[in-house]
Design a protein around this ligand. Sequence first.
Ligand code: 0A1
Ligand code: ZN
Length: 865
Amino acid sequence: MTDVSSSPPVLVSIHRGDYRPPEWRVPDIALDFRLDLAETSVTAALAVERDIETPSPLVLHGDGLTPEAVRVDGEVWNDWRMDGSDLIVDLGDRTAATVEVDTRIDPSANTQLMGLYASNNMLCTQCEAEGFRRITFHPDRPDVLSRYKVRMEADKTRFPILLSNGNCIDKGAGEGGKHWALWEDPWPKPSYLFALVAGDLVVNRDEFVTMSGRKVELGIWVRAGDESRTGHAMQALKNSMAWDERVYGREYDLDLFNIVAVSDFNMGAMENKGLNIFNTRYILADPDTATDADYDGVEGVVAHEYFHNWSGNRITCRDWFQLSLKEGFTVYRDQSFSADMGSPAVKRIEDVRLLRAAQFPEDAGPLAHPIRPDSYQEISNFYTATVYNKGAEIIRMMATMAGPERFRKGTDLYFDRHDGEAATCEDFVRAIEDGAGLDLKQFRLWYSQAGTPRVTARVEHDAASGAAQLHLTQNVPPTPGQPVKVPMPIPLRIKAFDRSATATQAGEQLVVLHDAETVVPLGQFAASPQLSLNRGFSAPVIIDFERGADELGWLAAHDDDPFARYEALQQLMLDTLVAAVSGKPGHRQAVIDAVAETLRGREADPAFVAEAVLLPSEAFIGDQMLTVDPDAIRRERLALQDAIGAALESEWRSILAEGAPPASILSRKAKGGRRLRGVALAYLAATDRADVPSLAFTIFSEADGMTERQAALATLAHGDSDERAHALDIFYQRYRDNPLVLDKWFQVQAWSMRPDTVDAVRALAQHPDFTLTNPNRVRALYGALTGNQAAFHQADGAGYRTIADLVIALDPKNPQTAARMIPPLGRWKRFDEARAAMMKAELDRILAQPGLSRDVTEQASKSLL
Ligand code: 0A1
Ligand code: ZN
């Protein structure tokens, strides 16, 4: 007997080329909700209009729904059938009708957190990408835009607040302790931007006056007790609104802007029209519970969701293949905003660090896809670093090539031309071409070719004539389904330095590589010039450029582009670490000297210095090697950290002795100072000096805020001192009732460099405060483990088993979050045979589970290729 239930479902791929315009438009929708945690009834009235000549039935998608009744123009209608989970309504030869469908859903049983679900006794929605069909039957595609009217009725005591998109136009008391509210959103929108919230919430209210003088009421809604932690989010919102007016000329278009924070959320936040719904972690912040990095996260995500109002909502996506149209552009916009609010150099370093940590590995592995994918099985799997962060880099390249004024002309044209439409990436590129006056014919390849281009650089200097030339070659590597690539335009900001010159150096130039090989004349130099290449990381590429320690050290000290200074020092460290891993000497002393030199600038810009002197991550070191050796990488990285720690011990100690800026001060300087202290403590800890545990414990105990407290706790967590156990216990007792801080307690233990970390993670999964129902908690524990290279790749395979066990346990509850844990297992090609075999075996074991979700099936099966 064959057991069909244990073979994974055969998945249907959706192809970009198959796009067809919708057959039925839905200009108006009226939704009527009778809300309750366990039983909610929904009546949806869709005003539909046929958009094609030939009569065709109306196809409405559903997911887990059964229609209780169908009416057409007010009459009971029996001409419908189910096709799988779709509802097919035969409307004969009608060209327009109002189709009403009744459904009933159970939000309390919705553990996927898609559609209408319960979180902490409140009700909220998440509809992107295809969650609306879990609420009611609907075409549920982003190119169907409707005006929504939403009536909500619920028990007044348990759900005193009732919110939806747009404006509240009426409300009143109902029978039996109920009340109701009627909301109307004047702007047509796709179903993925629909939202409602019902619950017992308190609000932080403020207002913003737009550039044309309109008053907008702002509200941030949280659970009672949390309102004191919403100030930073509110300030970030007002700053974002002003910034979008100033930089892009975009004004907010409703009289009300609400944000609601919920504890259980699959992602960071969601840009629903006029009613953003946020993961609490990107709203709540105060110095006692949030680190400086958390504060920056709040600011960036609030801005991101707000900016979507234009790049995403006013102009939405025609289909989900165009996701980067809204996400790449919006990430670029939020990155630029955060750069303006803080330090552009530090922000750029952070963004590139993230790109290299999350996107480059994706581009180099089995799940590589272009920023505009050609096919997918489950769209939730395509909310990736490629679509978001590489997508932002591609917008940034256009902005670099156009320059600020012309780029603004391009975006103005884009917003004008496509306002109110569901657009494509092609529409965006054409608007930039027309508005900015760029020729982007070849540039479009960035939308269709996956893989990170490699650029090889070589400087040639003719001693006799003095002429210097830069030779550049580019190569885009093969990726799954794309064996052969063609050259792409790569804009590189470069500058050649004459090391002997005392006078000002010649300026920077922007070179755009179009061909496989390019030669750039650099001018006359007495000696071979020092080359600063890909300044500001102007193109998302890998540069292969052999340079000696002396040259890198000089650039780390003298380059006038801060990002290039950072890069030079990182490259020096990386070369040294890669050499050490393969048993070669490297440039340890040069690294120490360069770190010492960089530290001299710490008064002026401590945040930059903290970033620059940080060693590359274990994962990034691994990315430089053909076969990753996680144990050797950890050993050599710790050895270099120890050497730098010891050689500059007095520096680190004096940084720590200076004391921390008060946690309540969030200036650039204060944040930078705290960051540098964290780095100093980590360097000192690597030396194993006997007083480190007590020093870290003192910092931990005396800290007046979470940045210092968490840094000290993380340092202690690597060791096995009594102070470690003590600090973890104090932290737990103090914050056990604060879920966001408790996440940190799980996270620092899973980040630990101790040899027993995988066992510790397995034990923590049994802790009474651990739960699979909260995605933040899952990420805090297991996401931290996959980010801990040596632990995840522990030689006995226990790390792999732990993640596969999690995926198997989580998939039935929350497939989206389960699927996100799979990509680390797909990197097996980069590891030795024994590890690769174990990783593949775990992917096979996942795929052998009966009833696997589409999300996990797609990720696991593609990861095996
Ligand atoms: N559009 C959101 C991201 C997002 C996507 C899917 C979600 O479903 C769980 C939630 C949020 C953004 O870019 O912020
Ligand atoms: Zn977004």
